[in-house]
Design a protein around this ligand. Structure first.
Ligand code: 5AD
Ligand code: SF4
Length: 442
């Protein structure tokens, strides 16, 4: 089957889990002898890996799939595959709307892609695969990773939380954890390939291992990964405030390579809104958790996700969101306007908030958060921080990299050459909202 001249183009949308799945598709395509091609107009296989977390994402992706109609017309032999969360959600309906799509692959078929592609190529019969009960959990095959030093490592798939706004549990199925052995083997292999920085991925990493009956499995996994020779930095996301345990915080405090960032989405400040979101914690519990983090890891950055305009959110409720932002002083926050996702309980709730109100709240929230980000970054001025070099800027005037806590750092290129993934000590001289600037001191 291998044909050296054939190429593939991958178009990815959505979260890190999707990026990781796309790297797995690339691995399987290269096993079949396909070469990467950034131009979808000339590729033999196009995969659009989709996201449906908000309506804005879906609209953008639908536009891209629409563009592929002309590509198929110009080259009827091209194979167009739509994968991921939107494919899972819409299935046959999506293929009917976009008949140029040959293969529609839900989220449970990542490991099976190579086989399903070969079956398609043998028969050239369009197919839709959206069974979610396949429940694969172990990783097979190999990844072709985007980065040469940082690797995404999925540790679990799916989500059991059913937050009332969220579509993810419906499109990614129930939680399944990979075994520690399977995860460690993947990391050890990546270290041999030169990888240094690892991000453990899951929709709710704090419930890792609950499906095999161990409530402290995630803390144990962190400690196990920490001692793999060659691993320099470990990150993990996303944490659910309800499930974040003292054991995990202690592991971060005690393990040399686990980085001091806690990404803990709080979503809304009002306990009443949190109850209707089915988040399983109150404003007070969240603030207590922040205190616990600060007790064990005082220099950690805390980052978050926030939704404004959940159905029924009053001005008073929103003020509580601002209050949490003020009290915690997040280093950065992803802020979102609530987006109605049909099939979720919140979509049917009364008192949907008008778009103009949502936008106005988002602007106020972002203005406050920007002040916080600047304040957090100003604290770094004068300090020397360890940065992992990510690469030179486009204009080749500065290098960029990140601190262990996730802050973006820029420093002048001057005459010294660095390798991507190299550790550099940088003395911070100036702070901005999104980044800090400094000079290398070694
Ligand atoms: N509308 C807006 N934001 C959402 N998120 C998830 N679902 C929705 C929705 N329906 C946000 C949450 C989550 C992040 C990944 O996306 O803040 O943490
Ligand atoms: Fe988007 Fe959620 Fe799917 Fe990630 S898991 S691609 S954020 S819908």
């Amino acid at each position: 089957m291998s044909d050296k001249n054939k190429t593939y183009c991958l178009i990815n949308y959505g979260c890190q889990m999707n990026e990781s799945d796309t790297e797995h598709y690339a691995g399987q395509l290269q096993e079949l002898g396909y070469a990467p091609n950034p131009d979808f107009h000339t590729a033999d296989i196009i995969i659009v890996n989709t996201c449906c977390v908000r309506e804005s994402a879906e609209k953008k992706i639908a536009g891209k799939i629409g563009e592929l109609k002309a590509v198929k017309r110009a080259n009827p032999d091209v194979v167009i595959c739509v994968a991921g969360c939107m494919a899972q959600k819409d299935g046959e309906k999506l293929r009917k709307k976009h008949p140029q799509v040959d293969l529609l692959l839900g989220t449970a078929y990542v490991n099976d892609f190579k086989r399903l592609l070969l079956e398609f190529l043998a028969e050239r019969k369009a197919a839709v695969y959206t069974d979610l009960t396949i429940h694969q959990s172990e990783f097979e095959g190999h990844m072709v990773r985007q980065s040469s030093f940082a690797a995404w490592i999925p540790i679990m798939y799916g989500c059991n939380n059913f937050c009332t706004y969220c579509i993810v549990p419906y499109v990614r199925g129930r939680e399944r954890s990979r075994s520690i052995d399977n995860i460690v083997a993947e990391i050890e292999a990546a270290v041999k390939d030169g990888y240094k920085e690892f991000t453990l991925l899951g929709q709710n990493v704090n419930s890792y291992g609950k499906d095999f009956g161990d409530k402290d499995a995630f803390a144990k996994l962190l400690r196990r990964v920490d001692i793999i020779p060659g691993v320099e930095r470990i990150h993990y996301m996303t944490s659910h405030p309800r499930d974040m345990s003292e054991e995990v915080i202690k592991a971060v405090a005690e393990c040399e390579h686990i980085c001091e960032n806690f990404h803990m989405p709080f979503q809304a400040g009002s306990s009443e809104i949190l109850r209707r979101m089915n988040r399983g914690y109150t404003k007070e519990k969240y603030l207590e958790l922040v205190k616990l983090v600060r007790k064990y890891v005082p220099d950690a950055t805390i980052t978050t996700d926030i939704i404004v305009g959940f159905p029924g959110e009053t001005e008073e409720n929103f003020e509580e969101t601002l209050d949490v932002v003020r009290q915690v002083g997040f280093t950065s926050a992803y802020t979102f306007i609530y987006s109605k996702r049909s099939g979720t309980p919140a979509a049917k709730m009364e008192n949907q908030v008008p778009l103009a109100v949502k936008k106005e709240r988002l602007n106020r929230l972002m203005a406050l958060q920007n002040e916080n980000s600047l304040k957090c970054h100003e604290k770094l001025v004068g300090q020397t921080v360890e940065v992992l070099a990510e690469g030179p800027s486009k204009q080749k005037t500065v290098w960029n990299g990140r601190t262990r806590t996730g802050v973006l750092v820029l420093w002048p290129i001057e005459d010294k050459q660095y390798e991507v993934g190299q550790k550099v000590n940088v003395q911070i001289e100036a702070a901005q909202t999104w980044l800090v600037k400094g000079k290398a001191v070694d």
